[in-house]
Design a protein around this ligand. Structure first.
Ligand SMILES: [Fe+2]
Length: 373
């Protein structure tokens, strides 16, 4: 059913009361800037420049005309016609489509997360769209029954977005090796972390496919870093403020790579919404700050670390051969329990996908979808 509205206006603000009970207020300069006749008919891109906008122009009259709102301007014979539906879609909203999950231990990954068989991905458009929407809103989703030959992950994730090449290669193996250039390539347990905060840009989404599972240990751990960050904001606002404003240097060095980047552990949008968590104790370089700031930072950093260690925040599962997990590497922290590589092999293959390409694929299949960041 199409949206209808009732209308009021002052010289500078048009107010619409929509049929679904919501309300939208639109400033005159915003309406002029977004006038549909100032858009290219094919691309939809804006044809006018802000430098040419008549900031002082005011509303002379406005009325509903069918499915449109018709606006007459005080100093111009040109009228503006905008559809009610478009104004409804573009009214200012605080709403966020993010589905936070703080109590990870309460989640049964096999039942509470999005799963789709590899054969259904792309062949069932509705299921694929739902799976991608949940990947974006919950930060994590799983495929099952992906072929278990080496490299199969690249073909499996290709329809989701653009795979990013790094110094680890387009594809990396996560298994215990004799000489490991990264602790991930040992059989040690790994605390919750995000990958590669020393890189610019930080990898957006990460995919990991299980080729060989261990029967003892090697469980995967996941936590919703955005939910944990919001929990910190609610319970310890000072620590939260410190972690959002302290520049932390991250560093990685190997025979063939030297990577550095500086960013806060918790990153906010201009609206103050958490949009990234960068947490990897293995790659934090020495901070160079004055002592009082360092004291505040270590207090806040430890608070966050202790929160992340709380079992109630961690979702556990043991990936089975053919299972493939995709998660937002700037939101979902991942880790694993230790395993005994001398007794049995555990082998995952992984790759990174650019964040915008995955969000775009999800948005194209769910045209109405919007993200917080
Ligand atoms: Fe990792």
């Amino acid at each position: 059913m199409s949206t209808t509205c009732q209308l009021q206006y002052t010289p500078t603000v048009l107010t619409l009361h929509f049929s679904d009970g919501s309300r939208g207020e639109f400033l005159s300069v915003w309406l002029i800037d977004n006038d549909p006749q100032h858009r290219d008919a094919y691309s939809g891109q804006r044809l006018v420049d802000v430098a040419d906008l008549p900031l002082a122009r005011t509303i002379h009259a406005a009325r509903v005309d069918g499915g449109d709102v018709l606006i007459e301007w005080s100093d111009s014979h040109v009228t503006t016609r905008v559809s009610v539906e478009w104004l409804h879609q573009h009214r200012a909203r605080a709403a966020s489509d993010v589905h936070y999950w703080l109590d990870g231990a309460q989640r049964n990954a096999f039942e509470d997360c999005a799963w789709l068989s590899h054969s259904a991905y792309g062949n069932d458009a509705a299921q694929t769209a739902t799976w991608l929407r949940r990947l974006v809103t919950e930060g994590i989703a799983f495929l099952s029954a992906v072929p278990t030959h080496e490299g199969a992950i690249l073909a499996a994730v290709a329809p989701m977005g653009h795979v990013i090449d790094t110094n680890y290669g387009r594809l990396f193996d996560v298994r215990a090796v004799a000489v490991a250039e990264n602790l991930a390539y040992t059989d040690r347990g790994l605390g919750l972390h995000t990958d590669n905060p020393y890189r610019d840009p930080v990898p957006g989404f990460q995919a990991l496919q299980c080729l060989l599972a261990s029967t003892e240990g090697g469980d995967s751990l996941f936590a919703d870093g955005w939910a944990v960050a919001e929990h910190l904001r609610a319970t310890d606002p000072e620590s939260f403020a410190t972690l959002t404003t302290t520049p932390v240097p991250f560093y990685y060095r190997s025979a063939g790579a030297e990577l550095r980047a500086e960013r806060p552990l918790i990153q906010l949008t201009a609206r103050g919404v958490v949009c990234a968590v960068h947490y990897n104790n293995r790659s934090i370089a020495p901070l160079q700050l004055e002592h009082a700031h360092l004291q505040r930072f270590y207090h806040a950093y430890q608070r966050f670390a202790l929160l992340l260690r709380e079992p109630r925040l961690q979702m556990h599962l043991r990936l089975r051969p053919g299972d493939l997990v995709v998660f937002d590497n700037q939101r979902i922290l991942h880790g694993r329990t230790a395993f005994a590589s001398m007794r049995e092999a555990r082998h995952l293959q992984g790759c990174y996908l650019s964040r915008d390409s995955v969000l775009s694929t999800a948005a194209v299949l769910n045209r109405e979808y919007r993200t917080a960041c």
